[in-house]
Design a protein. Structure first.
Length: 188
């Protein structure tokens, strides 16, 4: 996989930019191509989309924007084009805040996101996007591990999600997260 590309913007199109790396130029889909200028040096964090019908690169100017894209991709029914289109009208911080506060009205205003998709995004991502002090999602795998452990203890998924969504501590470790979630679940 290609992690990032650094080069000169050769061309700016409606949905893509061409980035020249010297001997080769890549066409990359981006959420906001109007932010690029021909001749500008840029670095793009990339994600390779490979399906039966398509093969292309998607690029992001920041790591957190790539994380937001990958989070949206993990949602049932959200594909790469929908995720990229949605990110064209929001920032990762605003997106994560809307998810954590269950603000479906904000999500429904994003292009390609209807009421059903907005609800699914909240259902699949709320509580998994712990934000650290820089606004970057903290380890979502940690939340998945703790959720799985709590399910084996017999707690309901809805209650687990609610408990985990209320815990938003940066740099929390697995044991502390599990203990905190258990306390919250036992109170209810």
């Amino acid at each position: 996989m290609i992690y990032s590309l650094k080069g000169i913007i050769e061309e700016v199109n409606k949905e893509t930019v061409a980035i020249d790396l010297g001997d080769i130029a890549y066409e990359v889909f981006v959420s906001r191509p109007f932010e690029f200028a021909k001749g500008q040096e840029s670095k793009l964090y990339t994600h390779e989309v490979l399906t039966q019908d398509d093969h292309y690169l998607v690029g992001f100017t920041t790591k957190i924007e790539k994380d937001a894209f990958l989070s949206l991709l993990s949602v049932k029914g959200i594909g790469p084009k929908t995720a990229l289109t949605a990110l064209s009208k929001t920032t990762p911080d605003e997106l994560f805040a809307a998810i954590e506060s269950s603000t479906t009205s904000y999500l429904k205003k994003l292009p390609s996101i209807g009421p059903k998709a907005a609800s699914q995004i909240i259902l699949d991502l709320k509580g998994k996007l712990a934000i650290d002090e820089k606004g970057k999602p903290a380890n979502p795998e940690l939340y998945d591990e703790v959720k799985a452990a709590l399910k084996t203890l017999g707690f309901k998924v809805k209650d687990i999600d609610t408990a985990l969504a209320s815990i938003n501590e940066p740099n929390i470790d697995r044991d502390t997260l599990l203990r905190t979630a258990l306390r919250k679940l036992k109170k209810n």
